[in-house]
Design a binder for this molecule. Structure first.
Ligand code: GRF
Length: 188
């Protein structure tokens, strides 16, 4: 069965959905990589029996060094895809030179609008009427890689910010596993 590695930094709700929908069926979720020891995604991984590699970037002299360490962990897995799910770091050349073209990310806005850390907040502040999510390949930029798929909804105008965030997450949980499944099938 083909293997994927998921990267997350925070809550990990997308990671959990990927495991629940795909693990042991479309692929093996072989490892969760996390740059925030103590993050909720690590607890989710433990509950789901998915191996983890957690590291603290501050304990390394440079990005190149911790990326070497991640590569060491991932290499034996030979993942078909590297799936970023709320991983809040930009890769450097050490990692990208090895895996570019295999790394995908999900972003909570309709790229190329509203890249960066707070896509939802930025879209709301702008006052957009249609909101959505984007799955894209990862390159050296911030949410600039080639778009693979998008999904959207129209605001009713009466939702609270919390309800919007919830809708975005729901959309992500539907779209991301489907895109991963399709990419794995296409690359078979
Ligand atoms: C998601 O909204 C995703 O679009 C963004 O980070 C968030 C991660 O959420 N890249 P979760 O940790 O999967 O709940």
């Amino acid at each position: 069965m083909r293997k994927i590695v998921v990267f997350a930094s925070g809550s990990g709700s997308n990671f959990q959905t990927l495991v629940e929908k795909l693990h042991g069926k479309a692929c093996e979720v072989a490892l969760l990589v996390c740059d925030k020891p103590g993050a909720l995604c690590l607890k989710r991984a433990a509950d789901l029996n998915i191996p983890t590699f957690a590291f603290n970037p501050k304990e390394f002299a440079s990005k190149a060094e911790f990326e070497q360490e991640i590569i060491k962990q991932i290499k034996p897995i030979a993942p078909a895809l590297i799936v970023l799910a709320g991983y809040m770091r930009i890769f450097g050349p050490t990692f990208l030179e090895r895996y570019e073209g295999k790394i995908i990310n999900i972003h909570p806005a309709l790229l190329p609008a509203f890249p960066g850390k707070d896509g939802i907040g930025d879209a709301l502040a702008y006052g957009v009427k249609i909101m959505g999510v984007t799955v894209h390949y990862v390159d050296a930029g911030i949410d600039t890689g080639q778009i693979i798929e998008q999904a959207c909804f129209k605001r009713t105008g009466s939702e609270t910010v919390e309800e919007i965030r919830e809708k975005i997450h729901q959309l992500e949980h539907e779209l991301y596993p489907e895109v991963v499944r399709e990419l794995l099938e296409a690359k078979r």
